[in-house]
Design a protein around this ligand. Sequence first.
Ligand SMILES: [Zn+2]
Length: 260
Amino acid sequence: MDLSKVSISLVVASCDVIRGEVVATTLYPNNFIGELPMFDFHTYYIKEESCLLNVDMENLLPSYPKHVKLSVGLHPWNVSETWQETVASIRKVASRDDVWAIGECGLDKVHGEPHPLQMEVQIAAFRAQIAIAEEVQKPMVIHCVRAFDELLMLRRELEASCKREDREPQPWVIHGFRGKPEQAKQMMTKGFFLSFGHHCNIETLRWVFTSSRPFYLETDDLHLSVCQIYEQAAHHLGVDVSRLVHLCDPRKTLFSHQNP
Ligand SMILES: [Zn+2]
């Protein structure tokens, strides 16, 4: 019997009965705890499922359960006068084996109504983290609100410098993408990957699904099991959850070179 199929059917069956709750451990045989086939691309909470846990430097622990991998970064909301110190400490931990990505970091023109000068500081902090991701050769998890022109400008800048050095830039994933299909198309054409959460644009999700490019699913800051997000996406796409389990697993694409 194929055990991976068993675990998928258990997850799907349990989604119906545990809506709104973190997956109940009693529903799974012990050997599946922390090894559920669904991957949560961006979360703030350690749960049963495999995930990329978003941590900031203040909350970083020396170690985590094996199914929890980390993205470490300075969120644009938290960029302050001391950002250089924070970025220096991110650089120190970026090579850790359980750190799989740099982020979330990026740009936000809405939160706190940032002054143009503050946007310049956000860009500087983001640039410094792009440099770290390139140094340690790890993808980036990006938060972007109404700053897509600046984001594209920074991507072009990175691509130009990589071209001069004859190497490929690291992949960038925009988390919690809520844009319309045209914007998704624009970003994907420029080489970005997208991750969708509870509030995504369904038309965009459908468009990305038909593009056959990998995409990812996440709970972000919601206290949900990611299997609910997978179930919701599968419903909107009219496909079986098991199809998404395969397609949306970043361990098969972005992180295929990392030790599980
Ligand atoms: Zn975010």
